[in-house]
Design a protein around this ligand. Structure first.
Ligand SMILES: [Cu+2]
Length: 467
């Protein structure tokens, strides 16, 4: 959570780039850079760049080296330990120490060479989702290339022809490898800005992914097709997802890719945005319209943009309510309205730790001191300044502040509501409901009167000829 430390680490990590690599070393494979934590690492490019570098939520950007005009990257496919939220870890597969893998960030027209080393127990390949490239570089094992066997390194090489938002993921035993967390973002910045791709002050990216991890276990079940219980952004769940911290009036771009098995309507509070790009490139400006929720289907990417001109802490989340819920929120019977008095005591005689769940709704679950199995997370765990946010999973906060310095992505803390601008309790006693007796009665009697007539019409169509 300490951005100053993060920035320092990135600056140190960035040393891998061009100038420091001796000529003789360029014959060898590029150095392997790995990341051991799930913090958001703010990119600070070594050289002046004409674009705002992308910030990967709870992720990082892979350093490259320049080898005779070619940007060289080294991805390592390997088992990783990922912290999904503080205190909750998963044994996943990913790249360079994390799942998702690092973001690859280049400029339109760059010649790119990516070395992929396979340290998994099975073969793999990498597909560069959405890119224009030679057919043999598309990464479908068996179709475009031989699979990368464990221990092998393959080289992919192509020109980043089109500016836009892309993903990368295996195209070899996909079901297993994607269920285990193998994926990453790819951003190609335009050579220069245009009407279709303007400049922004903040540029964020993340992938939607999901896991099926039994409470108390560490490894996702890979055969699951629909019944996932951990809904994540970049393999993190709220409150483990960092907030998006911006300055008032910043132009903000967020790139979101979906590699789960279902669609996610991503909803932003307090602002309207436009979808300025898809996985096929920038959307023509004439085709854009304002909205507050963008549905992102499986395999799609959407790039949204808005001006952050409302101060505050604005919720930003998937609108499928089960996707803002962590494990333990599933397969629980509905007990609203059921009176449990006495029942819990009786059951406790047989099952010691028995607890009644959800008789007044599920909100209590967020504050319940329920004994959890080892290594899981309460279904709704995030705390806000006014109590539990009663959310988990795919949820974060857009923090808009007047004094957030440019290029500073650190968390400014909770928003202080100006006096008199917050919903508050009212002390007046609630008046008795006005019963609209007359209207109610007449509606009731009318429906009684009509009942027979309707039944007749239904039973004997055509026999009631009023003409
Ligand atoms: Cu969702």
């Amino acid at each position: 959570m300490d951005n100053r430390r993060r920035k320092f680490l990135t600056a140190a990590g960035g040393v891998v780039a061009a100038s420091t690599v001796a000529r003789s070393a360029l014959a060898a494979l590029p150095e392997i850079v790995t990341q051991d934590r799930a913090d958001t690492v703010v990119s600070s490019p070594e050289h002046d760049v004409h674009y705002t570098p992308v910030t990967t939520l709870n992720g990082w950007t892979l350093p490259w080296r320049l080898n005779e005009g070619v940007k060289e990257f080294h991805l390592v496919a390997e088992p990783v330990v990922r912290e999904l939220s503080p205190g909750f870890i998963a044994h996943l597969w990913g790249y360079n120490g994390q799942s998702p893998g690092p973001t690859i960030e280049v400029v339109e027209g760059d010649q790119v060479r990516i070395f992929v080393t396979n340290r998994l127990p099975e073969r793999t390949s990498v597909h560069w989702h959405g890119q224009r490239l030679p057919n043999g570089m598309d990464g479908v094992s068996g179709l475009n290339q031989k699979a990368i066997e464990p221990g092998q390194t393959f080289m992919y090489e192509f020109t980043a022809k089109r500016a836009g938002t892309f993903m990368y993921h295996p195209h070899s035993d996909e079901m297993t490898q994607m269920a285990m967390g193998m994926m990453g973002c790819w951003v190609t910045h335009p050579k220069s800005t245009s009407e279709a791709i303007g400049s922004v002050d903040r540029d964020f990216c993340f992938l939607l992914n999901a896991y099926d991890i039994e409470p108390g276990s560490y490894t996702p079940r890979i055969m699951t097709m629909a019944d996932f219980n951990i809904w994540t952004w970049n393999s993190r769940v709220f409150p483990g997802i960092d907030s998006l911290n911006v300055r008032l009036n910043d132009r903000v771009r967020i790139r979101i890719g979906n590699l789960t098995m279902t669609n996610h309507p991503i909803h932003l509070h307090g602002h309207e945005f436009e979808v300025t790009g898809t996985d096929g490139g920038a959307t023509p400006p004439q085709s854009r319209w304002p909205e507050v929720t963008a549905d992102i289907a499986v395999g799609q990417m959407r790039q949204i943009e808005f001006t952050a001109n409302e101060l505050g802490d604005w919720a930003f989340h998937c609108h499928k309510s089960h996707h803002t819920m962590n494990a333990m929120g599933h397969d629980v019977p509905t007990l609203i309205g059921v009176d449990h008095r006495g029942v819990a005591e009786k059951i406790s005689d047989v099952i010691p730790d028995y607890m009644v769940m959800g008789e007044r709704g599920m909100a209590d679950m967020s504050e319940m001191e329920m004994p959890l199995p080892e290594n899981t997370i309460p279904m709704m765990a995030g705390q806000g300044p006014y109590g539990s946010v009663e959310m988990g999973g795919m949820f974060s906060v857009l923090k808009v502040r007047e004094d957030q310095p440019h290029n500073d992505y650190s968390d400014p803390g909770w928003y202080q509501q100006p006096k008199g601008t917050q919903a508050r309790p009212v002390d007046e006693p609630s008046p008795t409901a006005i019963r609209t007796d007359q209207a109610g009665d007449s509606l009731m009697s009318r429906s009684q009167e009509n009942k027979e007539a309707i039944e007749v019409q239904v039973r004997k169509p055509g026999k009631h000829n009023h003409s």
